[in-house]
Design a protein around this ligand. Structure first.
Ligand SMILES: C[S@@+](CC[C@H](N)C(=O)[O-])C[C@H]1O[C@@H](n2cnc3c(N)ncnc32)[C@H](O)[C@@H]1O
Length: 252
């Protein structure tokens, strides 16, 4: 199966209405879990945070609750997404229209996050380098995306948890836009970023019941809560976590 990029759901008002339905139903818990892991990995209270591909602003809205004193920034190339995000966020975050590849700023960030966007970037190597450059010393970036190396039974099981055909079509399109694991390894290697790391599946890329994932759950009540709720609500099947890669960039 070759890669087919699917940006159209994020660049028209109708596409965004559909995406909002999808994300509210299927992505809210997983995105909260993502933010909690980012905060653990960050290892300090972040002062400046950037969300790359902020979309409807839902991630930044959750971060505002969790880090009330942080200065929040979001970028997205879609004007329609930003119109939606501005309604949600008001003046709680500074939003700018730009793809990661051409974004420039003098601000350094303690934490940079990007949830489910890498597959849509024009130039992922360059985008990752830009993220590295924008990190403050000691800062971290956490990037989560789909990969498309999934066994058929995993895809079928995820489909079973998506009740409507339109949701399956959306998921299928986004999976087709994702990179394979070996393509992702090549992208990371050729970005030449020191200390860039990718883990696949599980909790934050740690296998279920591994010492790392048990420690994450035991030491972080919010992570425990989201893991529990993901197991019992929505379309989340344990197989869904296999579809995800977790990329971490740390700046010395
Ligand atoms: C699947 S949506 C995810 C949105 C959001 N992160 C969320 O949690 O719902 C993908 C987003 O990536 C944005 N995007 C596409 N290409 C991008 C690029 N080169 N740089 C930054 N964002 C990009 C799209 O406009 C869209 O809003």
């Amino acid at each position: 199966m070759s890669r087919v990029i699917a940006r159209q759901p994020f660049s028209t008002p109708e596409g965004i209405e559909d995406y909002v339905q999808f994300e509210q139903r299927f992505l809210t818990l997983s995105r909260c879990l993502f933010v909690e892991i980012a905060l653990v990995e960050c290892n300090r209270v972040p002062g400046y945070v950037l969300d790359v591909g902020c979309g409807t602003g839902a991630l930044l809205a959750y971060l505002r609750e969790r880090c009330p004193n942080a200065k929040l920034f979001g970028i997205d190339p879609s004007s329609h997404m930003l119109t939606y995000a501005r309604r949600i966020l008001a003046d709680n975050a500074l939003l700018m229209q730009s793809p990661i590849e051409s974004f420039t700023t003098t601000q350094a960030f303690d934490l940079i996050v990007s949830y489910s966007t890498l597959r849509l970037w024009d130039n992922p190597q360059y985008g990752l380098q830009k993220i590295y450059e924008m990190l403050a010393p000691g800062g971290i970036a956490y990037i989560l995306d789909l990969h498309r190396d999934l066994p058929l039974d995993t895809v079928q099981e995820i489909f079973l948890h998506l009740p409507e055909q339109s949701q399956r079509t959306f998921f299928e399109q986004q999976l087709s836009a994702a990179y394979t694991l070996s393509e992702l390894r090549y992208i990371l290697q050729s970005s030449k970023i020191p200390g860039i790391e990718m883990r696949q599946g599980g909790l934050a890329g740690y296998p279920p019941f591994s010492a790392e994932s048990i420690t994450l759950i035991q030491q972080n009540p919010r992570i425990a809560e989201y893991v529990f709720r993901l197991g019992s609500e929505g379309f989340r099947t344990p197989k869904a976590s296999e579809a995800v890669v977790h990329i971490f960039i740390r700046k010395e």
